[in-house]
Ligand binder design. Structure first.
Ligand code: NDP
Length: 309
């Protein structure tokens, strides 16, 4: 059976950074790209907040560069995903989606998270043309414009207050008559004058033309259907960590985020590490994911030295 010292699962900034560090440490990592090569970032256009690019960088180019950098130092990057994994004893046994079996001394889980969408066809149609699930990535493009944020949790409130600092007006579309968010977050929303909360409203359709989003059609609980004019439509209804395959095997929180041990990337299983958004409900940035990918590779290196057969 094929053997590797480090198996990296996932190809966002966390996975590729782990691969860069592990390959430079002569650990010859094998990385599986997964369902969405390049990760969540590839669903946006220009990345303006990744350090080192004063004029911004195309997200696909950035990810392609990370991939090439990892390959240059000897990481073996494979398309496809891991279908089965056994973490009961080391070396760990995995099977990929082509049926290929592999034994791994250590595993870095870097499978990311997926933003939840409402599931409307119009929302898909305008994705990247005014529909976004990342205020910190795309908010800058809506300076002095009007936007809407869907959701009533901490994420939505955080996005709305962030966008309120950039945009002339922010609507919050909340499906109930209360927020789910913490009291502190709610207070921030209520004390921000350019946020208007539209209670008891569900989005029926995202409206737009060939240039992108122009508005949203809403259905209020009392049956009234009405349109609001907006330039951007932001989803803030939560993320789904891509941890389903690992969930019975490593400890996760109640939302499925993998729990890591304090300051390290160690999971509840010795020799298994987690990096990036799959273990991070809080920061969810490309740069923080890359940083934790680096930490995971360093943790693996130390683990392999400490557990030398
Ligand atoms: P939550 O699950 O807490 O909130 C999701 C929100 O979206 C709820 O208001 C929910 O409505 C609404 N929603 C869900 N589905 C739909 C839908 N189909 N249509 C309309 N509205 C919908 O997710 P968050 O991402 O906000 O938070 C996840 C976790 O991360 C929480 O534990 C949160 O506290 C934490 N977090 C902490 C932050 C911080 O401390 N700075 C920042 C961001 C998140 P309803 O209430 O009706 O179900």
């Amino acid at each position: 059976m094929e053997k590797t010292r480090v198996l990296i699962i996932g190809s966002g900034p966390a996975g590729y950074t782990a691969a860069i560090y592990a390959s430079r440490a002569a650990l010859s990592p094998v990385l599986y790209e997964g369902m969405e090569p390049g990760g969540q970032l590839t669903t946006t256009t220009v990345v303006e907040n990744f350090p080192g690019f004063s004029d911004g960088v195309d997200a696909n180019i950035l990810m392609d560069q990370m991939k090439r950098q990892a390959a240059r130092f000897g990481a073996e990057i494979r398309p496809g995903r891991i279908k089965e994994i056994e973490l009961g004893k080391r070396p760990f046994r995995v099977v990929d989606d082509k049926g290929r079996e592999l034994e791994a001394e250590t595993v870095i889980i870097a499978t990311g998270a997926t933003a939840k969408y409402l599931g409307l066809p119009s929302e898909q149609k305008f994705r990247g043309m005014g529909v976004s699930a990342c205020a910190t990535c795309d908010g800058f493009f809506y300076r002095k414009k009007v936007v809407a944020v869907v959701g009533g949790g901490d994420s939505a409130c955080e996005e709305a207050t962030y966008l309120a600092g950039l945009c002339s007006k922010v609507y919050m579309i909340v499906r109930r008559d209360v927020f789910r968010a913490s009291k502190a977050m709610q207070e921030r929303v209520f004390s921000t004058p350019n946020i208007e909360v539209l209670w008891n409203c569900n989005t029926q359709e995202v409206l737009g033309d060939e240039f992108g989003v122009t508005g949203v059609r809403l259905l209020r609980k009392d049956g009234e259907v009405f349109d609001i004019k907006v330039d951007g439509f932001f989803l803030g209804i939560g993320h789904h960590p891509n941890s389903d395959l690992f969930r019975p095997l490593v400890s996760t929180d109640e939302n499925g985020y993998i729990i890591t041990d304090g300051k390290t990337t160690a999971t509840s299983v010795e020799g298994v590490f987690a990096a990036g958004d799959v273990a991070d409900p809080r920061y969810r940035q490309a740069v923080t994911a890359a940083a934790s990918g680096c930490q995971a590779a360093l943790d693996v290196e130390k683990f392999l030295i400490d557990h030398k057969a």
